[in-house]
Design a protein around this ligand. Structure first.
Ligand code: 1VU
Length: 307
């Protein structure tokens, strides 16, 4: 893989080390052995074994047993992140879920659903710390209360590495009626994306529930990426590749970013901070954006040949 060879220093204040590949977060209901088997060949960046809403209430104990096998038997070792969505805080199941899944050496991340206040995270973070393990937390923002408390939730623990928005639960909580335009969700989605970036977390967008429609998936994925989300939840194997492609920077954007970084390097040599590229002014914010695009492209395995 070629890397850029700019002699100019990477612009200050740019934390590219926190960038991480987590484009598709793929829910696998842990009460269904066939789906667990299917997850073993998934190329999703993050497989999220589900103990919560994908599992009916009378299968919770069975799912808790199956999740340990699923984690142990998933044959992909380093290339995939393995997570578990536990039942919500206050459900009466969360403690049992956590105690069970923290036994697994394969667990990388825990998703806490329907987080409404920082205290919901504190108990999970405490149990992770006591286990002595290096496990991240994804905080699910799924209610109006979660939205208004999101700033405190994001700071509840350094273990939180992503905020996630769930549209269906948000509508269930508020009575909002979904429309094809998705305009009724823009505010909440923007709050989640903006807050995540403010605290250097990832932002994971809603599920496309119309899972047989590729067109809807493409539209929603493009829109989510444009709104600053770094990834998206998926519920069906056919959604994974589409989402992973659309949450990696497109080739033309990568090429443009590469030319900007190259131009930055050349102009740095002659002492120019701003320069003209194809009639567009390029200055420091654009250069920082270009570095971020190249880092994401590198993580997604996209070759940058023009450098
Ligand atoms: O070809 P096979 O029969 O071996 O496999 C089927 C099917 O079992 C498998 N598959 C999955 N495998 C793993 N994880 C999945 N999530 C998953 N979904 C399907 O793929 C093969 C083809 O499936 P299909 O096209 O025949 O689809 P089904 O009718 O079997 O399943 C459709 C649903 C929507 C029921 C299924 O995809 C599913 O259960 N998805 C997960 C739903 C879920 O987890 N919901 C909660 C999370 S979302 C949320 O909380 C926010 C609203």
């Amino acid at each position: 893989r070629q890397r850029h060879t700019a002699t100019a220093p990477v612009p200050s204040g740019l934390d590219l080390g926190s960038e991480k590949l987590r484009r598709a977060v793929f829910y696998v209901p842990c009460s269904e052995d066939r789906k667990i088997q299917k997850s073993y060949c998934s190329a999703a960046d993050c497989i999220m074994y589900d103990l919560e809403d994908g599992v009916s209430f009378n299968r919770k104990d069975q799912a808790r047993n199956l999740v340990l096998n699923a984690l142990a038997n998933n044959p992909r070792t380093t290339a995939v992140e393995l997570g578990v969505r536990i039942n919500g805080i206050g459900s009466g199941l969360e403690h049992k879920d956590l105690t069970a899944v923290l036994e697994s050496p394969r667990l990388n991340v825990i998703m806490v659903p329907k987080v409404e206040q920082p205290e919901d995270i504190h108990m999970v973070a405490k149990m992770i710390k006591e286990s002595g393990r290096n496990i991240g937390i994804i905080a699910g923002i799924e209610t109006a209360r979660g939205i208004i408390n999101i700033r405190d939730i994001a700071q509840a623990s350094p273990l939180i590495d992503a905020l996630l928005f769930a549209a269906e639960d948000y509508c269930a909580d508020t009575g909002i009626v979904r429309t094809q335009s998705r305009k009724e969700l823009y505010y909440a989605r923007s709050v989640v994306s903006t807050t995540a970036h403010a605290f250097k977390k990832q932002a994971i967008d809603m599920v496309t529930m119309d899972f047989r429609s590729k067109q809807t998936l493409v539209e929603e994925s493009r829109e989510g990426a444009e709104m600053g989300f770094t990834g998206k939840q998926v519920i069906h194997p056919a959604q994974v590749d589409v989402v992973q492609e659309l949450f990696a920077p497109p080739r033309e954007i990568v090429e443009k970013a590469a030319r900007i970084v190259k131009g930055y390097s050349e102009n740095y040599e002659i002492g120019k901070g701003a320069f003209d590229l194809d009639g567009k002014a390029i200055d420091m914010p654009v250069i920082k954006w270009a570095y971020r695009v190249l880092r994401r492209a590198e993580l997604a395995g996209i070759q940058v040949d023009s450098l």
